[in-house]
Design a protein around this ligand. Structure first.
Ligand code: SF4
Length: 244
C-alpha cells in the first residue's frame, strides 16, 4: 500500500522489559524516515494489566483471524529449537547441510554444567566439524566469557540469553496464580510448542516475502531490511558496570 515506516505505528509484545531499552537504541532509529523501527514495546504482563484495567478477559473475546502478509492460509506456526527463537538449532542444521552436506534432523544436546549450558557437536570420522553451545543466565554467560578470555572456547557459534531457561522465562512474562514458577514455565513451554512447527525455508509467507517484496533471499534489500547491526553504546557512569 506504499506506506512509509513513519506512517506505521509498530507495537511489539515481548517477554521482558529489556526489549524497551533495545528498541530505544540509536541502531534502531530510521534516519531516512526519522522514525523508530519499533514504536512501542509492551510485555505480556503489561498486556494482561491493560486488559484488567479495561475489565476485559481474553476468554470472553471472540477470536479474530490472524493478520498475514501472505495469500497463504493463516495458521499460527512455531519453530523448533526452544522458546528463544531457535537460532542455534536452525543455524546448526543449515551449516551442517551447506558446509558439509550432512542432513541433521534432530539435535542431541550435551549438558555441561547444567541444562542452561549445553553444547552440540557435529563429528565425522572422529573429526569435529561443528561445535555450538547455548549459555542461558548470567552465571553461565560468565563461565562462557571466562572460557573466551582464556582462549578455551572451542565454539563456532554460541546462543546467549540473559534469562535462565531463555525468553519464555523472561522478567516481563505474566504471572499465573496458583502455580509455582517451575510449573508455570513448563506450562508456557508446552503452549509455545503446541502449534505445528515449521522450517522457515518451507514457510510460504517467508518465501513470498523474499520473492515479492525483497528481491530474493540474497538481495541487498533483504540484507538491509532483515539484518541488524549493533554498535557499542557508551557506558553509563552509574557504577553498575559488571566486571567479567
Ligand atoms: S533472554 Fe530474557 S532478557 Fe533476553 S530477550 Fe529473552 S526475555 Fe529478554
Amino acid at each position: 500500500q506504499h506506506l512509509t515506516p513513519a506512517q506505521i505505528y509498530h507495537v511489539t509484545v515481548m517477554p521482558c522489559y529489556d526489549k524497551k531499552l533495545e528498541a530505544s537504541r540509536p541502531d534502531f532509529f530510521n534516519q531516512e524516515y526519522q522514525t523508530r523501527d519499533v514504536d512501542c514495546v509492551i510485555t505480556t504482563g503489561e498486556v494482561l494489566k491493560l486488559l484488567e484495567q479495561e475489565g476485559v478477559s481474553l476468554s470472553d473475546v471472540d477470536p479474530a483471524p490472524l493478520d498475514t502478509i501472505s495469500a497463504a492460509e493463516e495458521e499460527l506456526t512455531s519453530h523448533s529449537g526452544g522458546g528463544s527463537g531457535g537460532y542455534l538449532e536452525h543455524i546448526y542444521k543449515h551449516a551442517a547441510k551447506e558446509l558439509f552436506g550432512i542432513q541433521v534432523d534432530t539435535i542431541q544436546y550435551k549438558p555441561l554444567k547444567n541444562k542452561d549450558f549445553q553444547e552440540v557437536t557435529l563429528e565425522k570420522d572422529g573429526v569435529v566439524l561443528l561445535q555450538f553451545a547455548l549459555a542461558y543466565g548470567f552465571r553461565n554467560i560468565q563461565n562462557l566469557v571466562q572460557k573466551l578470555k582464556r582462549g578455551k572456547s572451542p565454539y563456532h557459534y554460541v546462543e546467549v540469553m540473559a534469562c535462565p531457561s531463555g525468553c519464555l522465562n523472561g522478567g516481563g512474562q505474566l504471572k499465573l496464580g496458583g502455580e509455582s514458577s517451575k510449573e508455570q514455565l513448563q506450562h508456557v513451554e508446552r503452549l509455545y510448542e503446541s502449534p505445528r512447527s515449521e522450517i522457515p525455508e518451507q514457510n510460504q509467507a517467508v518465501n513470498e516475502l523474499y520473492e515479492q517484496w525483497l528481491g530474493g533471499a540474497e538481495s541487498e534489500k533483504a540484507a538491509k531490511a532483515l539484518h541488524t547491526q549493533y554498535h557499542a553504546v557508551e557506558k553509563a557512569s552509574t557504577g553498575f558496570n559488571i566486571k567479567w
